[in-house]
Write a protein that binds this ligand. Structure first.
Ligand code: GLA
Length: 697
């Protein structure tokens, strides 16, 4: 049974391998008593104290609370801050009711004086080892109540010595991980960019000296793409508090009488066997429960994007020529990027005017689409729905459709303004525009870009008293647009991009089939990024292209290394085919054909991070699906003449025999041999790489 209880006082939430214990303690507070390996005898927890009684501190400060609220004797970061109409900023509750229904537990907390309730929701995914938590705040009275902070979830871990890992990135350098030991103070990971952005990510990862295959790891991801905040605080009463949700910076939500506010959820879990198991849990959970169902179980088509060939100078005849060359290489999806719409000659104009440029496409888009389809490929298009330029018809007609303060000049990011997506009229307008575009043209893929951070969150469409709601309302507007377009066009594949990896999160993942993780395509940089990206995000969700020289770094990397790096994700090609020789085209065609043979294993298989440049000489990843396995190994630079490396495989069946193919060599070995003795590989010089394919007999 996923959820057990003893008299509605102690609750055990069980997944296949883990247990999460809650109790309503003597003070009536909901407290976490345990989170870790499975313990089914929850009666053992009756009467257990979750705190250190010798410390001279009272109340909530002592407990690993499930819903700590500002007020009372609490001096830690709390997950809720409520201001009642009379100015009281203190939520004191009793548990009104608890309700178990299948895999779902709801605990309702009501204030002892004010007509205000918080509903704590828990959803147990037994098979996937995940528990989802979220909250609903309810104003049951008539007076307005101000929510100044309402995080989604709170977690407590006993003791100290915990390490926290998050990303540390910027444009072109997304998903670089960093780790800190939490000793004192607070560790805050926050986005104030209006979207997830490139810096830190709405995930938490807490461990004690864990490695890929060993150690306790606690992790969670927030299903939200707007301003978020994660606070990790070692509380002075002997536990680590982890709080996660919508950022409270510049947030305030007025809950009128009878209204409710629901937070996004956090999906969290525990692995007793290091980061690898965490990744397997999350990848499988995402595929089964988060990613859009239509395409979740299928590998993505091989795409070509013409951006680096033509940039804004898109013209029908030239695109047809590129399409012919792409088809020859084995491409399945041909994508026209920015520059196809009226007036878009560079990045200073036309965003918002989503009409086909008649000069570039005299016979509409259909002419190109027909050619692309006749060549056996699907057709895809770039859009950036949330934006407009000063030089655009849309902005001229609707100057009040952007975020702005009337007394300030609106700041620009990439020469563009952000549309006020909190305004339903704007979203309705965009739904119709893009619905028509998709209806009138056989477009089977959309690359949805977003190239500007949010600022100056004021709106002519809303009273100032609601301006601190705009960040959240904006995110909801974006979700409504994509949700509606998906519902109307379920066969269309949607890729998200925000100047590279600016909107990679579990909120966006509900609506997008794939992600463009970075504009940096330098293969060596990408190997690092891909490694850390894969901790939380599925491989299939990670588009990886081969481009010419658009790496950040001025180095030359051989084609095989770059190609193998891109083949570690959902492969795409972005090279300038106008400048690609016929020999290189043939070479690329060879890689693409090979990728098609193995992509199901890569995109849908289990990932094993075997070796990494961060702590060794080589980088190696392995994918296992059913009877097949694929391994890529990379050497950046040979050092001291060392060129012989052992790669120890994982995830194979010890007693089965596998046919192992390494370059021209083919051998048969047992799973036990391959995992314990390993495979010796020779990697030499600069940027060498090798592919190993395995198949069970
Ligand atoms: C952003 C994207 C690129 C490309 C350009 C087009 O920079 O990250 O991939 O689509 O916009 O303007």
């Amino acid at each position: 049974m996923a959820i057990q209880t003893i008299d509605g006082k102690v609750f055990g939430l069980h997944t296949k391998n883990t247990t999460y214990i809650l109790s309503i303690n003597e003070e009536g507070l909901v407290e976490n008593l345990y989170w870790g390996k499975k313990i089914t005898s929850i009666e053992d927890f009756a009467g257990v104290l979750g705190h250190n009684p010798t410390i001279n501190v009272q109340g909530g400060q002592l407990y690993r609370e499930e819903c700590s609220s500002f007020g009372g004797m609490r001096f830690k970061e709390t997950s809720l801050k409520v201001t009642f109409a009379d100015g009281v900023r203190d939520f004191r509750y009793v548990v009104e009711k608890t309700d178990i229904s299948g895999e779902h537990l709801e605990i309702v907390l009501t204030d002892i004086y004010y007509p205000f309730a918080i509903h704590l929701h828990y959803e147990v995914y037994e098979e996937e080892d995940i528990i989802r938590k979220w909250r609903v705040a309810e104003n049951r009275g008539k007076e307005p109540i101000l929510l100044e902070r309402i995080y989604s979830a709170e977690y407590g871990l006993p003791g100290d010595g915990w390490k926290t890992v998050n990303y540390k990135g910027r444009w072109g350098a997304e998903f670089c991980a960093h780790s800190d030991t939490v000793q004192a103070g607070k560790q805050v990971y926050e986005s104030l960019y209006g979207l997830t952005a490139h810096t830190v990510n709405p995930v938490f990862l807490i461990h004690k000296d864990a490695s890929e295959t060993r150690g306790d790891v606690y992790f969670g991801a927030l299903e939200y793409s707007g301003n978020f905040k994660t606070v990790v605080e070692p509380v002075n009463t002997g536990y680590l508090n982890i709080l996660m949700g919508i950022s409270d910076t510049d947030f305030a939500w007025t809950l009128k009488g009878g209204e409710s506010f629901e937070t996004p959820a956090v999906c969290a879990g525990y692995s007793a066997e290091g980061f690898q198991t965490m990744t397997h849990i999350l990848h499988s959970f995402c595929t089964r429960h988060i990613m859009p169902e239509e395409l979740a179980g299928k590998p993505l088509p091989m795409l070509y994007n013409s951006w680096y060939s033509t940039t804004f100078d898109v013209r029908c005849e030239e695109q047809v020529e590129l399409a012919k060359r792409a088809a020859k290489m084995g491409v399945e999806l041909f994508v026209v990027d920015d520059g196809w719409f009226e007036g878009r000659v560079d990045d200073t104009a036309a965003l918002g005017d989503w009409y086909v440029d008649k000069e570039k496409f005299p016979n509409g888009l259909q002419e190109l689409i027909r050619e692309v389809n006749n060549l056996g490929m699907k057709f895809g298009l770039w859009i950036e729905p949330e934006m407009t330029n000063k030089k655009s018809k849309l902005f001229m007609e609707h100057p009040d459709w952007i975020y702005q303060y009337d007394t300030r000049e609106v700041l620009m990011g990439r020469n563009q303004y952000e549309l006020d997506m909190s305004n339903p009229e704007v979203v309705d307008y965009l739904i119709e525009i893009f619905d028509n575009l998709l209806k009138e043209n056989n477009i089977e893929y959309i690359k949805w870009d977003m190239n500007r951070y949010a600022a100056e969150m004021g709106s002519r469409n809303r009273n100032q008293s609601q301006w601190k709601e705009l960040w959240y309302r904006n995110t909801q507007g974006v979700y409504r647009l994509i949700r509606e377009l998906r519902a109307r066009h379920p066969h269309v594949e949607f890729e998200a991009c925000a100047s590279g990896g600016g909107r990679v999160d579990y909120g966006a993942m509900r609506y997008f089939d794939e992600y463009w993780p970075s504009d940096n395509t330098d293969a060596l940089d990408r190997l690092y990024m891909q490694q850390w990206y894969s901790y939380f995000y599925p491989i299939k969700y990670m588009r990886a292209w081969l481009t010419d020289d658009f790496g950040m770094d001025q180095r030359k990397i051989p084609l095989q290394f770059s190609m193998y790096c891109a083949m570690c994700g959902s492969l795409g090609i972005g090279t300038d085919l106008n400048k690609t020789s016929d020999e290189k085209l043939d070479e690329l065609a060879g890689y693409i054909a090979l990728y098609k043979e193995i992509r199901e294993v890569i995109q849908l298989g289990k990932l094993y991070r075997l070796n990494s440049f961060t702590d060794g000489d080589i980088h190696a990843v392995q994918y296992v699906k059913d009877k097949k396995s694929v391994v890529f190994a990379f050497l950046d630079h040979e050092r001291y003449g060392d060129s012989y490396f052992h790669i120890y495989l994982r995830g194979l069946k010890p007693d089965k025999k596998y046919r192992v193919k390494l370059k021209e060599q083919e051998e048969e070995k047992s799973g036990a041999f391959l995992m314990n003795m390993g495979i010796p590989v020779i990697l030499k010089g600069d940027y060498d790489s090798v592919l190993i394919q395995l198949e069970e007999d």
